[in-house]
Design a protein around this ligand. Structure first.
Ligand SMILES: NC(=O)c1ccc[n+]([C@@H]2O[C@H](COP(=O)([O-])OP(=O)(O)OC[C@H]3O[C@@H](n4cnc5c(N)ncnc54)[C@H](OP(=O)(O)O)[C@@H]3O)[C@@H](O)[C@H]2O)c1
Length: 312
């Protein structure tokens, strides 16, 4: 009897938030459906704590490489003669984001990848995201990468398919360190007029896994992912109720200074949140995935605030 084809999925950003969530959800899904799956987790450093934790998981192997040289990553991934069936692509915000994202798409299409899942970002709902790169640099980079992916998928020899995930702002920005306190202040500075749409990266992982586990149902589509929408004052009420104190934040002047000195990145992004804004549909997302976390659920179960309170 021949053994079933074991699909290899190459996961970028594997030690990061979305990549690791995608791996956990993929392993859980493959296990549940009894699907043979081989996960190739990409990291720049196989000795890091995150990489070593990944290496302990069954059906996960580590590939060391940099998005600056995607060919070398594919060489390693296919060294045993097995092709890469799927790719989970994510890049960090940097001046190289667009170049790295496009290069990953180009090499994936040329190397015969069958299904590409791209962790992009929402730009105002399905229609506006297709048409408007926006004035926010990292949003515009994602727009260009998406267009490149759509074009190359349509012209690839193997008829490569894709799923574009367009998440909104991550709950995970709310850490108890200086970055999280800065985020909380800039959110507070948006006032009570316009809510911000938010999602947990754990839930992004669920959608990424579904795209690989059921590629035909997610063929050549883009989906905005959102778990909740609320203003900081609304979030503050929930935070106080669950944590017992106010949401920690940097002084007002620091929040304003960050937006001023990092105008091209953080400043433009908050300006876009205030004047434009995401266009996800919370109810529609929860219909697809009823366990999708809202702010209260995330704060209670996944945030550092409740966990650190429990460990005190
Ligand atoms: N924060 C938000 O609210 C939000 C919302 C929507 C979209 N996004 C987008 O999400 C993306 C970031 O995703 P994330 O938060 O999941 O990432 P993350 O947690 O910051 O992790 C990114 C991972 O990428 C790897 N990496 C970094 N540079 C690399 C390179 N040159 N070559 C290969 N691997 C590299 C790192 O792994 P190693 O160190 O192990 O190599 C790191 O663990 C950004 O594009 C951002 O715009 C963010």
């Amino acid at each position: 009897m021949s053994t079933p084809f074991q699909k290899s999925v190459l996961v970028f950003g594997a030690t990061g938030k979305q990549g690791s969530a995608a791996i956990d959800a993929l392993l859980a899904g493959a296990n549940k459906d009894n699907l043979p799956l081989n996960i190739l987790a990409v990291t720049r450093d196989r000795t890091s704590r995150g990489s070593q934790a990944l290496a302990q998981k069954s059906n996960v192997s580590i590939i060391e490489g940099d998005l600056a040289n995607v060919e070398s990553i594919f060489d390693q991934a296919t060294a045993d003669g097995r092709p890469v069936w799927g790719v989970f692509g994510v890049q960090v915000n940097s001046p190289d984001e667009e170049k790295q994202g496009k290069s990953l798409v180009t090499v994936s299409a040329a190397r015969g990848v069958q299904h590409f899942v791209y962790a992009s970002g929402d730009r105002g709902g399905p229609e506006r995201s297709e048409a408007d790169p926006t004035f926010v640099k990292n949003f515009a980079a994602k727009f260009s990468i998406e267009k490149h992916l759509q074009k190359l998928a349509a012209t690839s020899r193997q008829d490569m398919t894709y799923t574009i995930l367009r998440p909104v702002t991550f709950f995970e920005n709310m850490t108890d360190d200086i970055h999280g306190k800065g985020f909380a202040r800039m959110w507070e500075q948006m006032g009570s007029r316009k809510p911000l749409q938010l999602i947990s990266t754990i839930d992004i992982g669920f959608f990424a896994a579904q795209a690989f586990l059921h590629p035909d149902e997610h063929r050549n589509m883009a989906i905005t992912l959102v778990g909740d929408e609320l203003t900081q004052p609304q979030a503050e009420v929930i935070f106080k109720e669950l944590v017992g104190s106010s949401m920690p934040m940097v002084p007002c002047t620091v929040g304003s200074a960050v937006k001023f000195f990092k105008k091209d990145t953080v400043g433009d992004m908050f300006r876009w949140f205030e004047n434009n804004g995401y266009g996800g549909d919370v109810v529609a997302c929860r219909k697809i995935y009823p366990e999708m976390m809202d702010y209260r659920t995330w704060l209670e179960n996944c945030s550092p605030f409740i966990q650190s309170r429990a460990s005190r």
